[in-house]
Design a protein around this ligand. Structure first.
Ligand code: NI
Length: 179
């Protein structure tokens, strides 16, 4: 496995629409290796999610994982989830705003409105179709990572940049208001 270099905002790969992975290629050594590298890279940099375009591979794959007690987990334990060719369906129009960051936009935090619930249809790393309902924190991370597959970043979803903050200032002026 390898720790991969992360594309930062401004790299055109972050603005491309990622290609679906042909289902019969999910089991290939190349895709399996990419999945393992995504997991290792996400863990190395302490992200709660990482999408293939963020490691310069314009393919519809992302990983999500949050350990309870980590900075960004918001108290929720989210087991490792790898989704390939995900399709999201909004199941409730209710939106919730919460702070997000992104490994491709280091050191910035901003409040982002997201749907509270989404239905997810995708393939897992074994090539099996999965279909589940996600809500709250998991739904947020899945929407953030799914955006990366369509060339969007969280800044595009913010209602205003007035509360965009560097991490240090976020911790100092904003974080206590969230608790
Ligand atoms: Ni991101």
């Amino acid at each position: 496995m390898s720790i991969l270099k992360i594309a930062r905002l401004g790299h055109p790969v972050l603005r491309e629409v990622a290609k679906p992975v042909p289902v019969e290629q999910i089991s290939s050594a190349e895709i399996q290796r990419l999945i393992q590298d995504l997991i290792e890279t996400m863990r190395e940099y302490g992200g709660v999610g990482l999408a293939a375009p963020q490691v310069h591979r314009s393919l519809q794959i992302f990983t999500v994982e949050a350990l309870a007690g980590s900075d960004q987990s918001q108290g929720k334990e989210t087991p490792l989830t790898v989704l390939i060719n995900p399709v999201l369906t909004v199941t409730s129009e209710r939106m919730v705003e919460a702070w997000e960051g992104c490994l491709s936009i280091p050191d910035l935090r901003g409040p982002v409105p997201r749907y509270q619930e989404v239905r997810v249809r995708a393939f897992d790393p074994g090539g099996k179709a999965v279909n589940f309902q996600a809500s709250d924190f998991l739904a947020r991370v899945i929407q953030h990572e799914h955006d990366h597959l369509t060339g969007k970043v969280f800044l595009d979803r913010m209602r205003s940049f007035e509360s965009l903050a560097f991490l240090n200032e976020f911790n100092r002026y904003w974080q206590q208001n969230e608790k």
